[in-house]
Design a protein around this ligand. Structure first.
Ligand code: G3P
Length: 247
């Protein structure tokens, strides 16, 4: 687009950055609608991921939860997971979940049945987030099956004294080398440094618990700096809104 032209015909999911700017997308990983509402209010949320455990923990119906999330993030995606384990069951559940709203991406587990179903679903135009991916070999299968997102878990690997982020590096490299359309989604994030590492590695998406998203804002020097600015301002008796002159 020339410098004289205005408007962006291809807004990003967040509607903030042009599609040519490949900023890492931020998703919240939750089953709680209220957390999605708060994160959406900040204006930086690109999507939501859920899983059966998170939905069960939230204690509400699956469809109503997903529909409310979908309305809160209309320009982003909501990943909602199947629980079937056979090809026919995964296909039946995926078609049902995808019919609920246009911004739903169906989460399908990395199994032979999941890969076979993903191939079929992607041909039908149903977007798939292939989940429970722990190795570059699994990620290759997901990409070849046409997965829109490849959810590579890091925290659960760190939990067993291995390096989850090493797999992210390998999978990002693989997707870029072969020019797959799939986006690498860093999942099972435990703390802000996982997000920083995801940025360094050029991952496409990071999904994180709401608490970690809140932590991204925090820096002690920001708090100290703001306190000093406000102290200096108030001590000098300054004001932004001057009293309206009378008469
Ligand atoms: O939803 C997938 C993933 O983000 C789950 O994370 O914390 O249960 O390992 P976690």
């Amino acid at each position: 687009m020339g410098s004289g032209e205005t408007g962006n015909p291809h807004p990003s999911p967040s509607g903030i950055l042009p599609s040519t700017v490949r900023a890492m997308k931020l998703f919240v990983d939750t089953g709680q609608v209220e957390e999605v509402r708060k994160a959406a209010e900040w204006g930086i949320l690109d999507g939501v991921t859920t899983n059966p455990s998170l939905i069960a923990k939230a204690g509400r119906g699956f469809k109503e939860t997903v529909l409310e999330m979908s309305a809160l993030v209309p320009h982003g995606t909501i990943s909602a997971e199947v629980v079937g384990t056979t090809v026919p069951d995964i296909l039946r559940e995926a078609r049902e979940i995808a019919s609920w709203a246009p911004n739903i991406v169906v989460k399908v587990p990395m199994t032979p049945a999941g890969v076979q179903a993903t191939r079929q679903l992607s041909q039908e135009g149903i977007r798939v987030n292939m989940t429970l991916v722990f190795s570059p070999a699994q990620a290759l299968l997901a990409a070849k099956a046409g997965a829109t997102y490849i959810s590579v878990f890091v925290g659960r690997v760190d939990d067993i004294s291995s390096e989850g982020m090493r797999t992210i590096a390998e999978v990002v490299d693989m997707v870029n080398t072969y020019d797959f359309d799939s986006e690498v989604l860093v999942a099972s994030i435990r703390h802000p440094m996982h997000v920083v590492e995801a940025i360094r590695l050029g991952a496409h998406i990071a999904t994180m618990p709401f608490k970690v998203m809140e932590q991204l804002f925090q820096h002690p020097l920001t708090d100290i700096g703001l306190e000093r600015f406000l102290d200096d301002w108030h001590k000098a008796g300054l004001t932004i809104f001057e009293p309206t002159p009378v008469g």
